[in-house]
Structures are given as C-alpha cells and as structure tokens.
Design a protein around this ligand. Structure first.
Ligand SMILES: CC(C)(COP(=O)(O)OP(=O)(O)OC[C@H]1O[C@@H](n2cnc3c(N)ncnc32)[C@H](O)[C@@H]1OP(=O)(O)O)[C@@H](O)C(=O)NCCC(=O)NCCS
Length: 109
C-alpha cells in the first residue's frame, strides 16, 4: 500500500480511466480491487445534510463503470457494485448490489 494525500490504494486488479476521487476525507482502497471507469468517489457533500466522511473499499471488491460512491460508504470484501449504481449505504462483504440507490441483488455466499 502507498499513501498520498489521504488516499491509500493497494495493488489493484484493474483501474478504469477517469476515476474521480475527492480529497475531503480519507479514502482507502484495498488490494485486488477492480474499478470501472468514470466512477466518482465522493467524501463530501454540501447539498442535503452536509457531510464529510471517508470511503473504504475492501479487498477484492468489484466496482462497475460509472458508479457514484457517496460519503461514508464502505464496500465490503469481494462485493460487486453494478454499472451505473449510486451507492448510498454500506455494502456487505460478498454482496452484489446495483441501481440508484444501490439495492441488494444477491449474496455470493
Ligand atoms: C450488477 C451485475 C454484476 C449483476 O449481474 P448478474 O448477477 O448477472 O445479474 P443479472 O444480469 O441476472 O440481473 C439481475 C437483476 O439486476 C438488474 N441489474 C443488473 N445490473 C444492473 C445494474 N447495473 N443496475 C441496475 N439493475 C441491474 C437486472 O435488470 C435484473 O433485474 P430483474 O431481475 O428485475 O430483471 C451486472 O449486471 C453489472 O452491472 N456488472 C458490471 C458491468 C461493468 O461495469 N463492467 C465493467 C467492469 S470494469
């Protein structure tokens, strides 16, 4: 893992282009994560209830293309997030979620 300006990124399985991560609170991306292109990882919002909270993506998680991950969210070990999802709540380990807001489709185990 290396640390730079509040972001920890482990050795990824793959990272798409144009992934955008804001820098208001710490972001931790574990090893072996697959990250689809055009994904936004947000750690702050002034709209609605103001919030500044970090995001954690755990080992082996798979994030589809064009996903938006909202402040404070943790994505669990080996979880999958469908393309185009808006993730507003924590995603359990081994869950498959999709949609806006992202809902549980199934558990891998
Ligand atoms: C979420 C995903 C993993 C689910 O795959 P799956 O388990 O094979 O699920 P299915 O295709 O059988 O779909 C199950 C249901 O979820 C819905 N669904 C699937 N993907 C969805 C998505 N991205 N957003 C919203 N709903 C989705 C389907 O419409 C279906 O709903 P229904 O039962 O009402 O018809 C997959 O559809 C996906 O989005 N993969 C990511 C693709 C991607 O971004 N690839 C690039 C990676 S670098």
């Amino acid at each position: 893992m290396y640390r730079k300006a509040g972001i920890n990124i482990g050795d990824p399985r793959g990272f798409g282009g144009h992934v955008w991560i804001d820098m208001w609170a710490p972001v931790s991306i574990a090893e072996d994560v697959l990250m689809g292109g055009y994904t936004f990882i947000l750690t702050h919002t002034w709209m609605g209830t103001p919030k500044v909270e970090g995001v954690t993506i755990k080992r082996g998680a798979q994030i589809g293309v064009r996903v938006i991950i909202m402040p404070g969210v943790t994505i669990g070990v080996a979880a999958t997030v469908g393309a185009g999802s808006v993730v507003t709540h924590n995603v359990p380990d081994y869950a498959v979620v999709a949609g806006s807001p992202a809902r549980l489709l199934r558990m891998k185990k």
